[in-house]
Ligand binder design. Structure first.
Ligand code: Q9C
Ligand code: ZN
Length: 389
């Protein structure tokens, strides 16, 4: 399995996050990926090939995110440390938040304080605070001086994984009918909580949305996104809510972060009606062996009733392993063998589409959450093992 990965993620290394009124150690740490890479390389059951991403530039990111947001992310750390202050080595996060549906459609962030040289410092400080609260929606999405480089590179990993599948699929001798066409993008920071112009839940750029949009724009793809992270993929949902391509399907814990979305009656709007599918799982149904069976039965139904009939030409999986029963942030009762079953169920669905369409369905796995640093490498590797076997 080819794995797209770069060490640039090390530049994004916040020390702490604000969680429900307390400052706690940051969960979304560099050793999530470093440990996972070690585990994949050591894996004896499957060989993983580490590849550095290609640089596709800013254009595919601009196809998903607004220019003002991208511009803001690039300068957010400098702007905050300049006008608000604080220890620049610890990372910055807002202390006020825009609630946009209350602020109404004409709400807007103040202009850059850099351009307001005639205003007193304290007023410019207010601008900087308001801007951070406009673009970042919680206290867990922390920006360091060099975070942009990590954020940008994570998106390039997803794009590289997608482009690699295109090449593999159109090679002069495409892989044989029953050989899997797949790749894995080890993205950090993750992406599925990032909206067009808002960052949240450790996410800034929506890596999987950028890859999906690229496949649609450059390769005329019909894309299905299956999100199996513990948390609802609210950013991905929002970006594609009024569209019929890609299909977005999410299985997640009910009433956890992001707290307000991911209900079954969120099904898309306009042209997108019916192309967003949510299955929230009640926490009390997700304990022990029965819980794990319930999870797999629900996942299988989703794949067979929604992903397969869509007949995607590419499948993109938001792979969060924070469903692991020991995960310190999530935890939805899944065991390590359960992850292999996730991979196998996805592959079974892909084979059905391949049989029906007589075309291969290249599948890109994009890492989202997973915070149990000692186990996530093995869990990721089990998903891939289930998929390729
Ligand atoms: N105690 C992703 O998995 N913290 N983001 C919730 C729970 C934020 C998760 C606090 C969770 C964000 C990509
Ligand atoms: Zn998650």
């Amino acid at each position: 399995v080819d794995v797209f990965y770069t060490e640039s993620h090390l530049l994004h290394n916040p020390q702490e996050e604000l969680e429900y009124g307390k400052i706690i150690p940051f969960h979304e740490t560099p050793d999530r990926i470093s440990n996972a890479v070690d585990a994949l390389v050591r894996s004896r059951s499957l060989s993983f090939n580490l590849t550095s991403p290609t640089d596709f530039g800013l254009e595919p990111i601009r196809a998903v995110h607004s220019d003002d947001y991208i511009e803001y992310l690039r300068h957010a750390h400098a702007e905050w440390t300049n006008y608000v202050g604080g220890d620049p080595t610890r990372g910055v996060t807002p202390d006020i938040w825009a609630i946009r549906h209350i602020s109404g459609p004409r709400a807007k962030p103040p202009p850059s304080p850099d351009a307001q040289t005639s205003l007193p410092r304290s007023v410019r400080e207010g601008y900087a605070r308001a801007r951070m609260g406009w673009y970042i929606s919680d206290g867990q999405t922390v920006i360091m001086e060099k975070s942009w480089q990590a954020i940008y590179s994570a998106a390039q990993c997803a794009l590289s994984g997608a482009e690699y599948l295109v090449k593999l699929n159109s090679a002069s001798s495409p892989p044989k009918d029953d050989n899997p066409v797949t790749s894995l993008a080890l993205c950090r920071p993750p992406g599925h909580h990032a909206f067009r112009d808002v960052g949240a839940g450790y996410c800034f750029i929506n890596n999987i949305a950028v890859a999906a949009q690229h496949l649609i724009d450059r390769h005329g793809a019909r894309v299905a996104i299956l999100d199996v992270d513990f948390h609802h993929g609210n950013g991905t949902q929002s970006i594609f809510y009024d569209r019929s391509n890609p299909l977005f399907v999410s299985l997640h814990a009910q009433w956890d972060f992001p707290h307000y979305t991911g209900h079954e009656d969120e099904t898309g709007t306009g042209e997108g009606e019916g192309f967003t599918i949510n299955r929230p799982l009640a926490r009390e149904d997700c304990h022990g062996k029965d819980g794990e069976e319930h999870y797999h039965a629900t996942l299988n139904t989703l794949i067979h009733s929604h992903v397969v009939p869509y007949n995607p030409t590419f499948l993109l999986v938001s792979l969060g392993v924070d469903t692991f029963h020991l995960d310190p942030v999530g935890g939805l009762g899944l065991t390590t063998p359960g992850f292999r079953l996730i991979g196998a169920s996805i592959r079974a669905g892909v084979k059905l589409v391949e049989a029906a369409t007589k075309r291969r369905v290249p599948t890109l796995f994009v890492l989202e959450g997973g915070y149990g640093v000692d186990d996530m490498g093995e869990n990721i590797s089990e998903v891939m093992r289930g998929y390729v076997n």
